[in-house]
Design a protein around this ligand. Structure first.
Ligand code: GLA
Length: 402
């Protein structure tokens, strides 16, 4: 996908965009339009696969699919951004080893996982568009999966809850596409609530909405740096966490994930851990506590405390978990020097990608201008800045007005 929206959709209203998508299908046949948002994580990084807590928000950078159902057990989908049509058959969804993942694999993987979960599938011919930048850590893949889950669903079948559907899509991404992600991205895209972040307990896959404090905007700054090594380093972090759990569980009752470990328990066992594993575990234990503290501080309107928690999270991801990068560190430093920026940290898996910033109303443009002028000079990279809104999770859209 490219940085800019498809040219003929630029600057149009949402209704015009919907109409433009539907116009690419056969007007004599009924078509449905579904959308799914990307996400930004406020805090709780790398905690999801440790059965801990995360605090993401679904955002108004989104994927849309206009789908014309047909009776064939087959999907044929055209990406407007890539100008590419891909297809797959429901009868041919085996787990054969695949070459590097193509965008259609995320759709096929969702179909595969839905079928494995016993959900009936419906074939369709469709058109796909997206405003979520690919490779920036804003979960374009998870959004594509969640939009696909709606487009593929047999309308007469009972739909699983958003959290269950997220788990099904995550299974597709893990087993079919071969990406070892946690559940946060699919969950946020499926269950998002306008104006809110979601406090998700990744052990039981339950959530409660936590309002974004009034008077604050969410601003996402893209470092423009590719997320190099992200999947191999991501998998290494996961196994280091598993190693920590195995060692701690030898001496401690009831420990099956880092979620079960607190600071005192970690201190008791620290000398038995490899030094690097001890640092990884410390990040997870403290980050879980920061998520709870952030929800409390947001509810109390204690923005100074939210700022401290974001800064501590970023430092921990940089120094203990080692998933930040010079570009992410520079972006956070620049933001922290802008009056009205309340909190700033890297967001997502790391190794490049974006920062998330909570910014007082009216200070958004100052942040944008500072980033646009200082960051390229400092890093030699082209940044992008989005002022985003927290929106509802994936689902069908009403037909556009004629
Ligand atoms: C990626 C993964 C998520 C989560 C984050 C780090 O976005 O897909 O499951 O692990 O990294 O918090």
């Amino acid at each position: 996908m490219t940085d800019s929206p498809t040219p003929d959709l630029v600057g149009r209203s949402a209704a015009a965009r919907d109409a433009a998508l539907l116009a690419r299908l056969d007007p004599s046949r009924p078509a449905t339009l579904v959308r799914a948002p990307g996400r930004v994580n406020l805090i709780g990084e790398h905690t999801d696969y440790n059965q801990g807590f995360v605090l993401p928000a679904a955002i108004d950078l989104e994927v849309w699919i206009a789908a014309e159902p047909w009776d064939l057990p087959r999907v044929e989908l055209t990406s407007l951004e890539l100008g590419e049509t891909c297809s797959f058959e429901f009868d041919n969804l085996g787990l054969a080893s695949r070459e590097a993942a193509s965008w259609i694999d995320y759709v096929a993987g969702t179909a595969w996982a839905m079928r494995e979960a016993g959900l009936p599938l419906r074939g369709f011919r469709g058109v796909l568009d997206s405003t979520i930048p690919v490779g920036s850590g804003l979960s374009s893949s998870a959004a594509l999966e969640m939009a696909s889950s709606w487009a593929l669903a047999e309308p007469s079948a009972e739909r699983p809850s958003p959290s269950r559907m997220a788990a099904i899509a995550q299974r597709g991404e893990n087993a079919y596409v071969g990406v070892n992600c946690g559940i946060m991205d699919q969950f946020a895209s499926a269950a998002g609530e306008a104006g809110h972040s979601l406090l998700i307990d990744c052990r039981v896959n339950e959530f409660r909405p936590a309002p974004i404090p009034s008077g604050l905007s969410i601003v996402v700054c893209d470092t423009g740096s590719p997320r190099r090594l992200s999947s191999s380093e991501y998998n290494t972090r996961r196994s280091e966490c598993e190693e920590g759990v195995a060692v701690i569980a030898e001496r401690e009752q009831g420990v099956t994930a880092l979620r079960d470990v607190d600071a005192a328990m970690l201190a008791r066992n620290r000398s038995r851990l490899r030094e690097v594993v001890a640092r990884r575990c410390q990040h997870i234990v403290e980050e879980d506590a920061r998520v709870a503290a952030t929800v409390t501080a947001m509810a109390a309107g204690d923005l100074a405390e939210v700022g401290r928690l974001f800064a501590a999270s970023h430092a921990s991801l940089r120094d203990l978990y080692e998933v930040s990068s010079p570009a992410l560190d520079a972006m956070v430093e620049i933001a922290e020097g802008v009056p009205g920026v309340v909190a700033s940290r890297m967001t997502g898996a790391g190794f490049g990608g974006c920062t998330v910033n909570l910014v007082r109303y009216g200070a958004e443009q100052a942040l944008r201008e500072r980033v646009m002028s200082e960051y390229p000079a400092r890093m030699g990279l082209q940044p992008r800045v989005w002022i985003v809104a927290a929106v509802d999770g994936a689902g069908p859209m009403p037909p556009p007005a004629a």
